[in-house]
Design a protein around this ligand. Structure first.
Ligand code: PLP
Length: 230
């Protein structure tokens, strides 16, 4: 079985076990470091959502995919990497989603730079739920104020939350981290924000993420094999 169909069955099985057969998460194929040909292979198998962490690399591959005929065939591009201020314009112009907004200044730049002819940029706020392990992400204590401010910006549609928990092989701690993110989303909804996205779950913890309510999985290694950084 191919890595792709193997991953789809894993997701299917986890959905059944969590009683989610009718509300499956979106699979985002995290294609950073993979050449355009690998993306085209998955696109031919029906994959539509792709996640990239480096702007220039993503744009190079999209040019290559366009040459292979994939420009107008509905691929959906998610930016999931750390965002430097000098990269916001390219992200605003070329991506459909951004999962890694963690400060107001970046959101304001994306809002100002989103071209008027495009639909709103779909935005998730990245939360630092394992504070010691990661430098990126807003701390849970600062999340409500950031969410309220981002929700008011034009040309952006705030959809929900994203997190990259500290890697753990222990299902109990995987569940705890994802449950924490879900509770933070529920608190924002209780405060009046209309949010529907939990972007959580990678190759090593997708079952726990599905059980805790992930709406978007970001999966690389399980789909493409180990990444090789050059
Ligand atoms: C690389 C990456 C992933 C995919 O991780 P895998 O373990 O390869 O599935 C998911 N999310 C983000 C933000 C990433 O940078």
């Amino acid at each position: 079985m191919s890595l792709y169909s193997n991953t789809l069955s894993k997701i299917e099985k986890a959905c059944e076990e969590s009683g989610r057969s009718h509300s499956k998460p979106v699979l985002i194929a995290v294609s950073k470091t993979q050449p355009a040909e690998r993306l085209a292979e998955l696109a031919h198998l029906g994959q539509r959502d792709f996640g990239e962490s480096y702007v220039q690399e993503a744009l190079r591959k999209r040019t290559a995919l366009a040459a292979l005929g994939w420009a107008e065939r509905g691929l959906i591009w998610h930016f999931i990497g750390p965002i430097q201020s000098n990269k916001t314009r390219l992200i605003a112009e070329h991506f459909d989603w951004v999962h890694s907004v963690d400060r107001l200044k970046i959101a304001e730049r994306l809002a100002a730079q989103r071209p008027a002819g495009l639909p709103p940029l779909q935005v998730c706020l990245e939360v630092n739920i394992s504070a010691e392990a990661s430098k990126s992400g807003v701390l849970p204590s600062a999340l409500p104020a950031l969410a309220q401010a981002v929700a008011k910006l034009p040309h952006l549609h705030l959809r929900g939350l994203m997190a990259i928990p500290a890697p753990s092989a222990d299902p109990a701690s995987q569940h705890a981290a994802f449950r924490h993110l879900r509770q933070l989303l529920e608190q924002l909804r209780a405060a009046g924000l209309d949010l529907d996205v939990l972007s959580m779950g990678m190759s090593g913890d997708l079952e726990a993420a599905i059980a805790e309510g992930a709406t978007h999985l970001r999966i690389g290694t399980a789909l493409f094999g180990e990444r090789v950084y050059s």
